[in-house]
Design a protein around this ligand. Sequence first.
Ligand code: MN
Length: 422
Amino acid sequence: MKKVSLGIFLMAVLGWFSSPVHAVGVDDTPESDRERAHAPADVEPIIPLNKADETYDLWKLIRDDLSEGREPGPINVQRTWGGTGWQGIPTFFRLPVALVPEDLKAGQVDVAIMGAHTDMGLGSRGANRGPAAFREARHEYATWGEYSMAHMPTLVNPFQELTMVDYGDAPVDPLSTERSMDEIRKYVRDIASVELENGERTIPIIIGGDHSLAYPNIAGVVDVYGKGNVGVIHFDAHYDATQMMGHLITHGAWVKRLFLEGLVPGKNFIQVALRGYYPDKDSFEWMREQGFRYHPMAEVERRGWDAVMKDVIKEAKDGPEYLYISFDLDTLDPAFAPGTGTPEPGGLTPREAFPIVRRLCAETNVIGFDLVEFAPERDPTYVTGLNANRIVRECLTGIAMRKKGITEEDYLSPLTVDDGRE
Ligand SMILES: [Mn+2]
């Protein structure tokens, strides 16, 4: 009995089991009652919500005067022309704010960064403070506004090349992942729907929040670009295609949902940095059946990062026209990202992760990006925050390179990559 409880506890924490059979895999005695313990069909398992409660929809009710008395367009809320990373009103990178899609259109906004503070899909909390901590940028010295700095290896400054805004946070019911999904999906769709005069669309970047929100993020861009037209690069220690305790959406179930709904073809789903204990044997077999392409850390150990990175970028180009990147911070080794829900030793270093994110954003047609599972209260030194910040900067640099027409493979500035001596 004790053994079973411990097993279930561990699985709950790690989001571990891929089917009811595995849920009881710890106790495999054939006569186990637990093994047959399905919920009786005539029992309603959910306590209904009280729709008469005046706070029922409060979390998603939007003010109706957001555009009143002003021209549409991004709103700069900073008092100074620029400043240090920790100075000013905490918007993402101290960018101007946009409140409605008309602001994105009027400002011809290339990239809209949005927070989504989901935290119930984890079973191991803390990611709901991710967007706020990212905006706060406590130890991020890089300056902003008129003083913004170029990315050194490429000498491209995304803050000069791109028009970007902080689009605020998507509404999230802090007590329900399920209720939050449609709202997040709608906000992502709103952003991606904005057509720009240069023929592109506004790119949503979503700062999480637990990984459940990758489902509405990807569904939201698929609503705009069409089913089967968006490939996904999924950076993660875990494969996130299970279902646990009957929940059809959690931070470990969003991949399964995408497949159940036929939103992304298997061949165009590429996983990078898998390790630890999940996926297991059955899960790897399922992934192969679905046609997944996967690059676990075992492959990195055997072939080296450069070879794997090259293959991922090649595969990313061999698929649909549009690409979405979902970056779980546990991709990075816990040495560099302890502030995350399910840290897993043996991960990528920042030196490996930065170039692949930048190159994908520069060399392929990335139309959406999320950075998830930033749990700042488990991050006493803010090293996770620094790396989270930089991962997003690498992607912004890549998007800026693409906009400038720098799409050659693995571009680096000849000036900064070496000192020019033979
Ligand atoms: Mn994940």
